[in-house]
Design a protein around this ligand. Structure first.
Ligand code: NAP
Length: 337
C-alpha cells in the first residue's frame, strides 16, 4: 500500500506544532457578517471536537443545523443549542462505517425534501489497529474516504444537494451555490502517489501504519475533493463549490485509540501546544459561510492560510482513477444497496 507522509505519531505531532507556529495567515478573520441565515447546513461528526465547534458557529450564524452523528444523541444537540443560542438544531443518526445507516440518512432527508445549502464532511478517525465494517471494508478507510463518496453520491443523486445549473435550471435569483466542505489534514502533503490497485484492500496495521494510512487517506480525500469539483463544474461555471481545509493541530479526541503509553505523551502535547476546537474551526466555517467563496470551487485552506494542496491532488488522471476505484469498491461491497 502507498504510504502517508508520517511514519509515526511523534513526527505527526511535531510537524503539526511546527507548521502552526510558522503559519502566515493570508485570509481575513471571520466576522459577524459571515452569516448563514436561511441556509440548511449539515455537519458530520458534529458531536465532538472540531465538528462540535463548527456546529456551534453554524447555529450561531443563523444556519438551520443538521448534526449527523454516530453518538451524542441528544446531549450534543442540546449543548449546541445552549452554546449558540439557536434552536434551529436537530440531530440525525449517522454511522459512517455502516452502509445501512448512510442510506437511511439519505432516505430520510430525501423523504422530507431537505435541500442542503452546505454539507461539511467533518467526521474522521485515526486508528491504531484495523477493524472490519459490516461490509468487510477497513473502518478508517471507510470513514475517512469511501463513506463520503457514497453519502455525497446519494445526496447529489437525490437532489438533497441541488445542482441547479447542471440540471439546466440556472440559479434562482439571489440564490447562492451549494457548498461541500471536507475537513482534511495538511498531513496529506508528500504522501506517496495513490496506489489504486491496493486502495481499500483490508490489511493489518499497528500504530505507525495507522498514522501513515491516516495521512495517506487525506491525500485520497483531497484528490476526491478536486475530482468532485471538476465533475460538478465541468464547464468552468461553478454550480457547486467543493473545498477542503485542515484545521491545524487541535486538542480533540482524535487520538482516543492510541495505546496508553502514547496517550500520555499525546494528551500532554495536545493540551500544551494544540489549539482548542473553537480556535481551529474558522477555516471550515469560512469556506462554508464567507461571501468571498461564492462562485469559487476547489479551494484549500491550511488553518487560515489559503494555499494549494499537494499538487498530486489536482491530477485529473488520478481523480478519474480514484473515482473508478471507489465505484468498483462500493459495488463490490454492496454499498449502493
Ligand atoms: N485533531 C486534529 O489535530 C486534527 C488535525 C487535522 C484534521 N483533523 C480532522 O478533523 C476532523 C474531526 O476530528 P477531531 O479532531 O475533531 O476528532 P474527534 O473529536 O475524535 O471527532 C471525530 C468525529 O468523527 C466522528 N466519527 C468517527 N467515526 C465515525 C463513524 N463511524 N460514523 C460517524 N461519525 C464518526 C466522531 O463520532 P463519535 O464521537 O461517535 O466517535 C466524532 O464526532 C477529522 O476529519 C480529523 O481527521 C483533526
Amino acid at each position: 500500500m502507498a504510504e502517508g507522509r508520517f511514519k509515526n505519531p511523534f513526527q505527526a505531532v511535531f510537524t503539526g506544532v511546527k507548521d502552526f507556529a510558522a503559519r502566515k495567515e493570508n485570509v481575513r478573520p471571520l466576522n459577524e457578517s459571515d452569516r448563514l441565515d436561511g441556509k440548511t447546513v449539515m455537519v458530520t461528526g458534529a458531536n465532538s471536537g472540531v465538528g462540535l465547534a463548527i456546529a456551534v458557529e453554524v447555529a450561531r450564524r443563523g444556519g438551520e443545523l443538521i448534526m449527523a452523528c454516530r453518538s451524542g444523541h441528544p446531549e450534543a444537540g442540546e449543548r449546541v443549542k445552549a452554546l449558540s443560542g439557536s434552536d434551529k438544531v436537530r440531530m440525525e443518526k449517522l454511522d459512517l462505517t455502516d452502509r445501512a445507516s448512510i442510506h437511511a440518512l439519505a432516505d430520510r432527508l430525501r423523504a422530507e425534501g431537505v435541500k442542503l445549502d452546505v454539507c461539511i464532511c467533518n467526521a474522521g478517525v485515526a486508528q491504531a489497529k484495523p477493524r472490519k465494517t459490516p461490509q468487510g471494508l477497513e473502518e478508517m478507510f471507510m470513514v475517512n474516504f469511501l463513506s463520503k463518496f457514497v453519502l455525497l453520491s446519494r445526496l447529489l443523486k437525490d437532489g438533497t444537494l441541488p445542482k441547479a445549473v447542471l440540471a439546466g435550471k440556472g440559479l434562482p435569483a439571489g440564490a447562492d451555490r451549494p457548498r461541500i466542505v471536507f475537513t482534511s489534514a495538511d498531513s496529506h502533503r508528500n504522501a506517496d502517489p495513490s496506489d489504486f490497485d491496493s486502495l481499500g484492500v483490508y490489511q493489518d496495521y499497528g500504530v505507525n501504519g495507522g498514522i501513515s494510512r491516516y495521512s495517506y487517506y487525506k491525500l485520497v480525500l483531497n484528490t476526491f475533493s478536486s475530482e468532485l469539483s471538476r465533475r460538478l463544474n465541468p464547464d468552468g461555471e461553478v454550480d457547486v463549490g467543493v473545498h477542503a481545509a485542515c484545521p491545524g493541530p487541535v486538542n480533540t479526541n482524535i487520538a482516543r485509540e492510541a495505546p496508553a503509553f502514547l496517550k500520555v505523551f499525546l494528551n500532554t502535547w495536545f493540551r500544551l501546544f494544540f489549539q482548542s476546537p473553537e480556535q481551529a474551526a474558522p477555516p471550515l466555517v469560512y469556506l462554508a459561510a464567507a461571501e468571498e467563496m461564492e462562485g469559487e470551487t476547489n479551494q484549500y485552506f491550511h488553518m487560515m492560510v489559503h494555499r494549494r494542496m499537494d499538487e498530486k491532488c489536482y491530477s485529473p488522471e488520478a481523480g478519474q482513477r480514484l473515482w473508478e476505484r471507489a465505484e468498483a469498491l462500493a459495488a463490490q461491497h454492496g454499498l449502493w444497496a
